[in-house]
Design a protein around this ligand. Structure first.
Ligand SMILES: [Zn+2]
Ligand SMILES: [Zn+2]
Length: 214
């Protein structure tokens, strides 16, 4: 294996579930596969996902931090049913790493960018809400649009970024090259359709009331 000694840490992309500490003062991330029971911070060391007492990664164990080489590959993973609520992280790979064809496995990482995926309804996500899941000391968050988050307690991307600490950027969904319609227009069109349906419903009820009164 060739040894690399890059001047700047390599960058990778991965999925994670965003988390909020029980006291609301810290944010963290839960892994989507092997690390699903572990919450890591913005700057953290890998821990063994099997709870084994060794430095991670280790020979003979598949634990460790993992990332992919491109944002597009991470984005594609959000299509998986159990990853739809994950955010996409851009991470700096620190310390020793092993490079594979599609990604890297490594011991230490710094989260640089948190990218919200689309809301479950398909609209662009704008805020974080609690998703009802959690681990001891941590509540799961989910990125929602303003419509789905209406009436719920929300954490804005700016608040999430502030809790994450300096150097972490929280962004909205990446633009879809295939979508020619701007997201805001799609969002407004969807809301207009919903309002029109409600108006039709009220007009129908009014008509019935008027008929009943005659
Ligand atoms: Zn291990
Ligand atoms: Zn929504």
């Amino acid at each position: 294996m060739p040894e690399e000694r890059p001047a700047v840490p390599p960058t990778g992309w991965k999925l994670a579930f965003p988390m909020l500490s029980a006291d609301g003062t810290r944010v963290g991330f839960r892994g989507v596969s092997l690390g699903g029971r572990i919450v890591y911070g913005v700057l953290d060391d890998a821990r063994c996902g099997y709870g084994r007492r060794h430095a991670s990664p280790a020979k003979g164990c598949d634990c460790g931090f993992y990332c992919l080489h491109t944002a597009a590959e991470a984005q594609a993973l959000t299509c998986a049913t159990d990853c739809g609520d994950a955010v996409i992280l851009q991470v700096g790979v620190l310390g020793a790493y092993t490079r594979y064809e599609r990604g890297m496995r490594y011991a230490r990482q710094r989260v640089r960018t948190v990218r919200m995926a689309a809301c479950r309804c398909g609209r662009p996500a704008r805020v974080f809400v609690r998703d009802g899941t959690g681990l001891p000391g941590w509540r799961g968050l989910q990125a929602n649009c303003h419509v789905c988050a209406a009436g719920l307690r929300v954490l804005t991307p700016a608040e999430f970024g502030r809790l994450a600490g300096p150097g972490v950027h929280v962004t909205g969904e990446a633009p879809h090259p295939a979508d020619s319609t701007p997201p805001l227009r799609q969002e407004l069109a969807a809301e207009a359709a919903a309002l029109r349906a409600r108006l039709d419903h009220f007009q129908e009820r009014l008509r019935r009331l008027e008929e009943g009164a005659q």
